[in-house]
Design a protein around this ligand. Structure first.
Ligand code: ADP
Length: 489
């Protein structure tokens, strides 16, 4: 089975969230099952060319609307067994951010990612590598299936190729003015509500959803939720019309990458048996984040993009009760919406002794929080899969989550009487529901013997890619049996 992936993010090269982790790990898991996989990502300037041993392959012309951009194709050998191609060209990816800067999204994002999509297809042809499947990720690659069914549909090189489009987060859709169609080389006849139009805008996400041969998303529950009005972000109709072609496959994590027995960011490595090791990390984290050093105070960690999805306002509403009336500490690491930065800064001033706020992207501190916290808080409004809870399990840190999306597929609410379950779950999006889950968590924490057994049990849970990679392979297999779709426009 030959698979060519196209993605805007991939660990260790470029990551803003879970998508980067997934594309970093899934290809390796597929390789170990015998699949032949390569990945193309944008050649962002932030990628360290010497650290990752990047070499030049050659040049290729890539049409973007009416112009042709001279692209440079590079290759990188940093990931064992997975060839990674970097696409450079124009000034599309030679900027600080992946998608934007402090002024917001880059105004030419449509062109940048149209360039990626066409550059990807042109590269397949240039290298004479005709995969069985092209696997695309999120709106940034939504035009790949569109081009396959339109501009490239009459080229016999592409006709045996089938496409899979994976939705990592339906809330980010890549919406642009209608003129964009022409700028990215597509016929204006595609601007209809059953194709690329979304309420007067052109939608890259809709392109992926309508034109791909199959769709997947990152958990079975999210696959069901996005077909509903509440969670469908306006695309529930499109998704339910394609429900036969839509599958939810739970993300995994890389157990080698997230491993407290080898993690060098930790003060002390530890395994399931050595709970003292975890405590040493708690003390180190308290010291580093300027909280009172006290092994016995329950410590809650939160690592997140600070955006509406993640339930930051819920924490703010619960803060007076949580930090003012309960004996807990909270460490927050995240960046995102300035509105939430301000909100949290206000709280950090008010609760200096109990709240440590770290507004930045910091992979080392993230590991120290996973290792040093007792609980990991994810009060999301919605959560396609969520990786934080799985990483927390590996580090013996117990998640407190809202019952939504991928949390439903990974977390069973803890039952104090029977000792069953692996986290604390609340349902209503209210401060009271959040606080009641935290109170149950604190109560369980008080029973040291049971707590230790809970920590040991979650550390043994297997959320590695093994099972999920097999599901992807089965999905690829089923795609090879899909008849060639009709060309459009
Ligand atoms: P999403 O993809 O919606 O951001 P996930 O839970 O799927 O959420 O994945 C988030 C990933 O990004 C996790 O690996 C998490 O540890 C990491 N992460 C998020 N914010 C930060 C940050 N400020 N610093 C370091 N890592 C972060």
């Amino acid at each position: 089975m030959k698979i060519a992936m196209c993605s805007p993010e991939m660990v260790p090269f470029a990551k803003t969230g879970g998508l980067g982790d997934v594309v970093g790990a899934l290809p390796r898991a597929l390789r170990s099952l015998g699949a032949d996989v390569f990945v193309m990502i944008p050649g962002y300037t932030s990628i360290d060319r010497s650290e990752f041993r990047v070499g030049r392959i050659g040049k290729l012309p890539v049409p973007v609307g009416r112009t042709v951009v001279e692209a440079v194709l590079k290759e990188c050998f940093a990931v064992p067994d997975v060839p990674v191609l970097l696409l450079e060209g124009g000034d599309y990816f030679s900027r600080e951010g992946l998608y934007g800067d402090e002024h917001g999204d880059y105004p030419d994002n449509a062109e940048r990612f149209a360039f990626l999509a066409r550059g990807f297809l042109e590269t397949l042809k240039l290298l004479d590598f005709a995969p069985d499947i092209v696997h695309c990720h999120d709106w940034q690659t939504g035009l790949v299936p569109v081009y396959l069914r339109t501009l490239y549909s009459h080229d016999p090189f592409f006709s045996p190729i089938r496409s899979l489009f994976t939705v990592h987060n339906l809330a980010y859709q890549g919406l642009f003015p209608p003129e964009t169609l022409e700028q990215v080389g597509l016929d204006s006849s595609l601007f209809t509500p059953d194709q690329l139009e979304f309420w007067g805008k052109m939608s890259f996400m809709k392109g992926g959803l309508v034109f791909s041969d199959k769709i997947s998303t990152v958990s079975p529950t999210y696959a069901r939720e996005i077909q509903t009005l509440e969670a469908g972000c306006g695309l529930d109709g499109v998704l339910s019309a394609r429900r036969q072609d839509l599958e939810g496959i739970l993300n995994g994590i890389d157990p080698l990458e997230w491993n407290p027995t080898t993690d060098r960011a930790l003060k002390q490595q530890y395994d399931r048996r050595a709970t003292r090791g975890k405590l040493a990390n708690k003390v180190a984290l308290q010291r580093k984040t300027r909280l009172k050093v006290d092994e016995s105070v329950p410590l809650i960690g939160l690592i997140s993009r600070l955006v509406e999805q993640k339930g930051i306002d819920l924490i703010a509403h619960a803060a007076d009760d949580l930090l003012g009336k309960r004996d807990v500490q909270l460490v927050i690491l995240g960046t995102g919406d300035p509105r939430y930065h301000k909100l949290l800064e206000g709280l950090a001033k008010k609760y200096r002794k109990r709240l440590s706020l770290n507004i930045r992207f910091d992979l080392t501190l993230a590991r120290q929080i996973y290792g040093g916290s007792d609980f990991f808080l994810m009060p999301s409004r919605f959560e396609p899969c969520g990786l934080g809870q799985m990483i927390s399990f590996r580090y013996g840190t117990i998640p407190i989550v809202r019952r939504t999306g991928g949390f439903v597929d990974t977390i069973v609410d803890y039952n104090q009487a029977t000792g069953e379950g692996n986290g604390f779950v609340f349902e209503a999006y209210t401060p009271a529901a959040l606080l009641s889950a935290i109170d149950r968590a604190l109560e369980a924490y008080g029973d040291k013997r049971k707590w230790r057994s809970l920590v040991q049990r979650v550390m043994a849970l297997d959320f590695s890619w093994n099972a999920s990679a097999r599901n992807y392979l089965a999905l690829y297999e089923s795609l090879t049996k899909v008849a060639q779709p009709q060309p459009v426009a």
